[in-house]
Design a protein around this ligand. Structure first.
Ligand SMILES: C[S@@+](CC[C@H](N)C(=O)[O-])C[C@H]1O[C@@H](n2cnc3c(N)ncnc32)[C@H](O)[C@@H]1O
Length: 255
């Protein structure tokens, strides 16, 4: 059992409300920040128990920020913890929050769990997370529950929104940049880690991936590679030739 889970199981402080399997995921990604001056922001303060838990886990140097819509959560402020009151679905509030909290290494979204709340918070806060930080969105099962705006493969759910992020992680390999091209997300995201009901997005500055071979060939022939069907190949060749022609300066074109 890791330290976080042990703290949770023995908790006699303020109430903590978490799914039990999250503790392994937290420890896997958060342990490297223990004892550091990590800046962690959690959306959803509730009874303040999880902020107490983070303080215990990360240590005295950590700076904690809690966000909640209920003003009574202000009472959980202390020398290490600042509470910001507002609606996580309100993008103006989130932009103001970015000015108030200039550095965030970890965001945990454990707020209201509706689709607009999760998507708006991600859209505004993800770019603000430190270049090697983490964004954690919890309770993704609400993407399947109608009362939260969810439904299986329903448009506009957080889970469907996050599937687009899988595309953008791969945008380096796009064959049609006018439709699908490298974005800020592509160049700043190392990995998306999906677990039941919890997504951890790991940031890191990323440059264009490249393929490389080392060593000597050991096969007498190359294994077959996929080829385009005849008409598609003809069309691609013609398109390439036309593009090259149009890109030539006009005075160098043969008449
Ligand atoms: C699941 S509880 C948080 C649990 C807490 N993180 C814990 O681990 O014990 C959800 C909290 O989110 C807050 N909340 C709900 N909707 C919100 C919104 N739109 N903006 C900000 N906070 C919200 C609620 O007031 C509640 O305190």
């Amino acid at each position: 059992m890791n330290d976080l889970r042990r703290y949770f199981e023995n908790n006699s402080g303020n109430l903590i409300d978490k799914w039990a399997h999250y503790f392994d995921v937290y420890d896997r990604f958060f342990s490297r920040y223990r004892g550091t001056d990590v800046h962690l922001l959690e959306i959803g303060v509730y009874h303040g128990g999880s902020l107490q838990m983070w303080k215990n886990y990360f240590g005295d140097k950590a700076r904690l920020f809690g966000v909640d819509m209920h003003p009574y959560c202000k009472q959980f402020e202390d020398e290490q913890t600042q509470i910001l009151i507002g609606d996580q679905a309100d993008k103006d509030f989130l932009h103001r929050l970015r000015d108030q909290v200039p550095r965030i290494d970890i965001v945990i979204d454990d707020g209201g769990h509706t689709m607009t709340q999760q998507i708006n918070s991600f859209e505004v806060l993800y770019p603000h997370v430190s270049p090697t930080g983490l964004y954690v969105c919890e309770d993704l099962h609400t993407s399947y529950w109608r009362i939260y705006g969810g439904g299986y493969r329903r448009r506009g759910t957080f889970i469907e929104h996050s599937k687009n992020l899988i595309d953008f992680l791969h945008a380096w390999h796009s064959e049609n940049p006018s439709q699908f091209k490298v974005s800020d997300f592509t160049t700043s995201t190392y990995a998306l880690h999906y677990y039941d009901s919890i997504l951890v997005i790991e940031k890191s500055p990323i440059s264009k991936p490249y393929r490389k071979t080392t060593g000597v060939r050991a096969l007498p022939v190359e294994p077959p590679e996929p080829t385009y069907p005849f008409w598609e190949k003809t069309w691609l060749t013609a398109k390439g030739a036309l593009k090259r022609l149009l890109m030539q300066p006009p005075n160098s074109r043969k008449t």
